[in-house]
Ligand binder design. Structure first.
Ligand code: NAP
Length: 342
């Protein structure tokens, strides 16, 4: 094939313009997000907001933040906050993001932006109307590794792509919020968003959906396997489950070569380009935990805001909404309805 793998064009996160971040919902991912920002960027985390003053103070103390607010309204009204990072459970993203936008703040919302495409559309429309930035913290898309993948795809190194296969399974015990139907539990929104967003990013909009589901218990879906037929041709197989740990691998197969992404495919790590009839090429990169990757999406938001943009070019609203539309269709096939959707 006579090619070398391209280098990532991702700008250095330590050179992104500084914003003052307010953390809304101090849970598991919020802790990792703050650690990532403070370790790798000049971003300032100026405040945290919780539904409880005690929890806000405890998080602020633990993470070394100067201000703790005992309500989300107080956080979004804080004049020393430029951008609100929404890290509540999925059904709360919509209300929290709209409240922050109404208070004149930029927002970076944890994935998925809402429980369905309609919620994401509303958030983007509100942000555009207010002239503030709205983005989904689909952190994986902003990792340098995926810029290398993007270039390989754009350079046509795979030839015509026919197949994407992607999986994300993680075993959870029933005491985790992912088992709570009131919090839009089940694998789809937490885990399924990764393989579905990946498949759509590679092969584009989806024309046909065929899905099978398996229950975790009487009130919750536990596993989804879906085949997606894409508008431009090609098909993908996506799998997601909370019933088992899985290898969380992915591959993209084209006429001339395939890309093999070992698990966890969506995190920093290596991958291989395997051409037909030639030696494989490896993108060398160490596997790294969440806190070594979440800051790339924050840095992209900071750059876009400095440029006066209201959304991300790397992970634009069309991708956020398009992925949620696919998830809506897969759920419709399986009769999965989230709270407030009936
Ligand atoms: N990017 C990633 O890799 C990644 C990884 C994990 C999760 N996430 C996303 O981040 C979001 C939060 O996940 P998490 O695992 O961090 O959840 P979590 O640990 O349960 O934290 C969520 C926080 O939201 C607040 N909250 C507001 N309303 C709530 C309610 N009704 N029930 C429970 N908590 C509520 C709570 O803080 P207060 O009550 O103190 O305000 C809680 O600490 C999810 O949308 C998830 O998809 C992303």
């Amino acid at each position: 094939m006579g090619v070398r793998l391209p280098s990532a064009r991702t700008p250095d996160p330590s050179t992104a313009p500084r914003l003052r971040w307010g953390i809304l919902g101090p849970g598991w991912i919020a802790e990792r997000f703050v650690a990532s920002l403070l370790e790798h960027t000049p971003q300032e985390v100026s405040a945290v907001g919780s539904r409880s003053a005690d929890r806000a103070e405890e998080f602020a103390r633990r993470m070394g933040l100067p201000v703790a607010h005992g309500s989300y309204q107080a956080l979004v009204g804080d004049p020393d906050v430029d951008i609100v990072y929404v890290s509540t459970p999925h059904p709360q993203h919509h209300r929290c993001a709209l409240d922050a936008i109404a208070a004149g703040k930029h927002v970076l919302v944890e994935k998925p932006m809402g429980i369905n495409a309609a919620q994401a559309r509303e958030i983007f429309a509100a942000a555009r109307a207010a002239g503030v930035f709205a983005g989904e913290a689909m952190w994986t898309r902003f990792l340098p590794k995926f810029d290398v993948v993007r270039q390989i795809l754009d350079d046509g190194l795979l030839g015509t792509i026919h197949t994407v296969v992607a999986d994300h399974g993680e075993f959870f015990t029933p005491d985790h919020r992912i088992y709570d139907p009131a919090l839009a539990g089940g694998p789809m929104l937490d885990l399924g968003t990764y393989p579905i967003a990946f498949a759509r990013w590679i092969l584009g909009d989806v024309e046909t959906v065929a899905a099978l589901g398996q229950s975790a218990n009487e009130e919750l879906n536990g596993q989804i396997s879906a085949t997606l037929g894409h508008v431009g041709g090609g098909q993908s197989l996506v799998n997601t489950t909370i019933l088992s740990n899985t290898p969380t691998t992915a591959f993209v197969a084209g006429e001339d070569a395939y890309l093999e992404l070992p698990g966890p495919f969506y995190q920093p790590g290596p991958f291989r380009l395997v051409p037909r009839g030639a030696e494989p090429l490896t993108h060398e990169e160490n596997h790294a935990p969440h806190a070594d990757g979440l800051h790339f999406s924050a840095s992209d938001a900071a750059r876009r805001i400095a440029d006066g943009a209201v959304d991300s070019a790397i992970h634009p609203p069309t991708d956020v909404i398009g992925t949620l539309e696919v998830m809506d269709r897969v759920r419709a096939e399986l009769g999965i309805v989230f709270p407030g959707e009936r």
